[in-house]
Write a new protein. Sequence first.
Length: 287
Amino acid sequence: MMVTANIMEISEDGTNYFLPKDLRPVYCSSAAPLLTGFVPIIAGPFENVMDCFKKNGPAGILPESSKVDEIADGTSEMEYNWEMLKDMIFNVPGLFRQLEAGISVLEVGSGGGIALHRIAAHFPNSRFVGTDIASKYVDAGNKMAREEGLKNITFQIGDVTALPNDWDNKFDYVFCMKVIHDIWKPGLALKEIFRVLKPGHHFSMIEINLHSNVRDNIDMSFAAFNYCISLNHCMATALATPGAEGVGAGWGKENMKAALEVAGFSDISFHETGNPILVHVVSKKRM
Ligand SMILES: C[S@@+](CC[C@H](N)C(=O)[O-])C[C@H]1O[C@@H](n2cnc3c(N)ncnc32)[C@H](O)[C@@H]1O
């Protein structure tokens, strides 16, 4: 079954079974049981999504009909280990030293704030703000910070497409993890991030490691899984907002670069994360 479903590979003589090379880090990680747990969660809103394809059906599904974000915290817990976060920080020129010295950092769409907590715990001289549109994640993030005794981190409700007016040029570093493709207007979110970032400083986004042209993703074993999550969650929930672009999780690196440039960013570079599914995109707001 797993060979014919392209999950496993088989030797020429049909006697040996192998995991595809590019997926070994995922299948062999401690996140694997969580990823398989995604299957029933993803299937949950199936009927609602099918309604969207009907004549005069809804444009998208309400975020409440999907449980993906609720279990996303579990996978993030596994994915955002210190090694991954440290690599991410070293991909940004000068950032490690700046964090040690003390800077102001914003994470947008922080969810339960796993990444922000771990980074904040390593850099006590820096101040960290996490924002998310959902109050349940903001409350969970603040509760965790209290329990861990972290005094340099706060979470607040915030829409990345409409950040506070008095945040112009406020932050030394802005980052987000698996968020921009979920936003109803990614271009607007990037413009807002550009506005709140200080000139000469960097923005990082962790995104899905796919190309914009589907043909270029045919050989990537994880592509079908991501398109499936996107159809039933990312794109479906984004399209519920009238006027949404709904780029989906597979908007791809070429489209990401173009959207960053339109928002004003330059010096765009792509970095591996140790997880074949995720890519780290670094960009800069020039002086
Ligand atoms: C896939 S989850 C990622 C959460 C977290 N960054 C992580 O990697 O674990 C996407 C997050 O974006 C948040 N979100 C969606 N639309 C948003 C918006 N317009 N402004 C801010 N956050 C938003 C959701 O509430 C959710 O927490």
